[in-house]
Design a protein. Structure first.
Length: 201
């Protein structure tokens, strides 16, 4: 069966995939979000409940414009002071003022915000459900990628899932993780480097 309605496909139903889909929908584009799991927008509560994301002012403003911040059950916590130290120079656990390499303070405007991943994902899920331009396709992992298809020469790409359903599209965005299977299918080469960072923020 061919799905010829949606021309922009986001592969990966995590926060990155949802935000990308919402950005496109926000600008008037119909988009399909595809994820291998049955509940792509529901993270593992045990793992995600203690994980947080720090949002710089630009990211915070973007998520606010997309409606995600306003839907969060717990608002992000503002950060007004940031200290950076080198863990190699600290002779004992804890932060000492003499270890400070860099520091920023702003009592008026937050330097950043921190939020629970679980709250961000749930808010993004709610915003996606309210968007008439976003479609969710779940439960069938992508098994093949073709940059073209003999039946759909106009398509920039063709995706096939485990059920044999094919999706032609003009744009495919891989948001399926650091080990992205889609990236491997497309033959995109990656180079990894260890920056050897030692600073504690």
């Amino acid at each position: 069966m061919i799905n010829d309605q949606q021309k922009i496909i986001i592969v990966g139903g995590g926060l990155a995939g949802q935000v990308t889909a919402l950005m496109l929908a926000h600008h008037g584009h119909a988009v399909t979000l595809m994820d291998a799991t049955r509940e792509p927008t529901q993270p593992q509560a045990d793992a995600e409940s203690i994980r947080t994301t720090t949002l710089n002012p630009f990211a915070f403003g973007l998520l606010a414009d997309l409606g995600i911040i306003g839907r969060m059950a717990t608002p992000p916590t503002p950060i007004h002071c940031i200290e950076v130290s080198d863990e190699r120079l600290r002779p004992r656990p804890g932060f000492a003022i003499e270890d400070r390499l860099l520091g920023w303070d702003n009592a008026e405007a937050p330097l950043a915000h921190t939020a629970r991943n679980l709250d961000l994902v749930e808010a993004a899920r709610a915003e996606m459900a309210a968007s008439p331009l976003s479609t969710l396709h779940t439960g069938s992992p992508i098994t093949a990628w073709q940059p073209h298809h003999p039946e759909f020469g106009h398509a920039a790409g063709m995706l096939t899932d485990t059920a044999g359903q094919r999706f032609d599209c003009q744009l495919v965005v891989a948001c399926d993780g650091g080990a992205s299977p889609l990236r491997g299918m497309a033959g995109v080469r990656t180079i990894s480097r260890n920056p050897r960072q030692t600073a504690i923020v």
